[in-house]
Design a protein around this ligand. Structure first.
Ligand code: ZN
Length: 139
């Protein structure tokens, strides 16, 4: 059995990290699937999905780590070609990845106590994001 649903998220732009764990678990519970694999995928090439301990210190640390790795003010061919400002956003999103797989066991996400599912906005402006949640498994 396969169940597909989606979650809409309004972001505040670059560096915004939003906890979507409860919304994802609600989809698992509504699906009736007890055991299987869940995929969360963000539509768009300037956002990412992952897990983190969702607390303000790590949200700041993540933003600073990404700034060290792919600085906003560096020169990007994408920006020169398209006359925009988000070359670093695309690269950060690609490195973090657009999706996450979580095993579902007995109707629950197998996350750690301090491990939340998060949407990581990388674009320079607020965006309306859609997360696709698909679960394949048995009821
Ligand atoms: Zn761009």
């Amino acid at each position: 059995m396969v169940a597909t649903d989606s979650i809409g998220v309004q972001t505040r732009g670059e560096g915004d990290v939003q906890d979507v764990t409860a919304a994802v678990q609600a989809i698992v519970s509504a699906s009736g699937i007890r055991d299987g694999l869940l995929c969360v995928f963000v539509v768009g090439s300037t956002a990412a999905v992952g897990t983190i301990e969702f607390e303000p210190g790590l949200v700041t640390d993540m933003a600073e780590a990404l700034e060290r790795l792919l600085p906003r003010d560096a020169v990007y061919a994408h920006e020169e070609r398209w006359k925009d400002d988000n070359g670093h956003s695309h690269l950060r999103a690609t490195l973090l990845g657009p999706s996450l797989v979580v095993p579902v066991v007995e109707g629950k996400l197998t996350l750690g106590q301090w491990q939340q599912i998060v949407l990581l906005e990388q674009d320079t402006q607020p965006r309306e994001r859609r997360l696709i949640v698909q679960i394949s498994g048995e009821d």
